[in-house]
Design a protein around this ligand. Structure first.
Ligand code: RTP
Length: 148
């Protein structure tokens, strides 16, 4: 089964959106296999976003992402990387469709509530970065009610 790294950013945590976001992934049928509330600091966040280090908005992004705790999660399921990004919505809230998390809960790109891995490769790297202790693989009794 595919895995993705989903993170509720500091604004999402402060605004009380953890439950809402978890609910959407659970209702879809995905399985939560790791979760923690953590505030890891600048170096860790710079590593997470290292692909964007040359961007003008990078310092502001790191300041925002280290301004409070984040909720780090790993979700498992068929096509969860691509489907998870769809559920989050476009990066720019002005372009995110209604019904997506960003489309429903945010206005500005610099406060866009959540992160989701953009490929299976990135997911693997991000899961290793955020959960070096490993994830909790558990048997779910509802698998046969979600998959044929
Ligand atoms: P994320 O990594 O957070 O899931 O976002 P993403 O893949 O949809 O978008 P990406 O291009 O990787 O950008 C990462 C985060 O940087 C902030 N951003 N600010 N001011 C700007 O123009 C700008 N562009 C991007 C957003 O918080 C974005 O999610």
């Amino acid at each position: 089964m595919e895995r993705t790294y989903i993170m509720i950013k500091p604004d999402g945590v402060q605004r009380g959106l953890i439950g809402e976001i978890i609910m959407r992934f659970e209702r879809k049928g995905y399985k939560l296999i790791a979760m923690k509330l953590t505030a890891p600091g600048k170096a860790h966040m710079e590593t997470h976003y290292e692909d964007l280090s040359g961007k003008k908005f990078f310092p502001g992004l790191i300041e925002y992402m280290t301004s409070g705790p984040v909720c780090a999660m790993v979700w498992e399921g068929a096509n969860v990387v691509k489907e998870g990004r769809k559920m989050l919505g476009a990066t720019m809230p002005s372009e995110s469709a209604c019904g997506t998390i960003r489309g429903d809960f945010c206005i500005e790109v610099g406060r866009n509530v959540c992160h989701g891995s953009d490929s299976v490769d990135s997911a693997e790297k991000e899961i290793a970065l955020w959960f070096p202790e490993g994830v909790c693989a558990w048997d779910s009794c509802e698998g046969k009610w979600v998959y044929e």
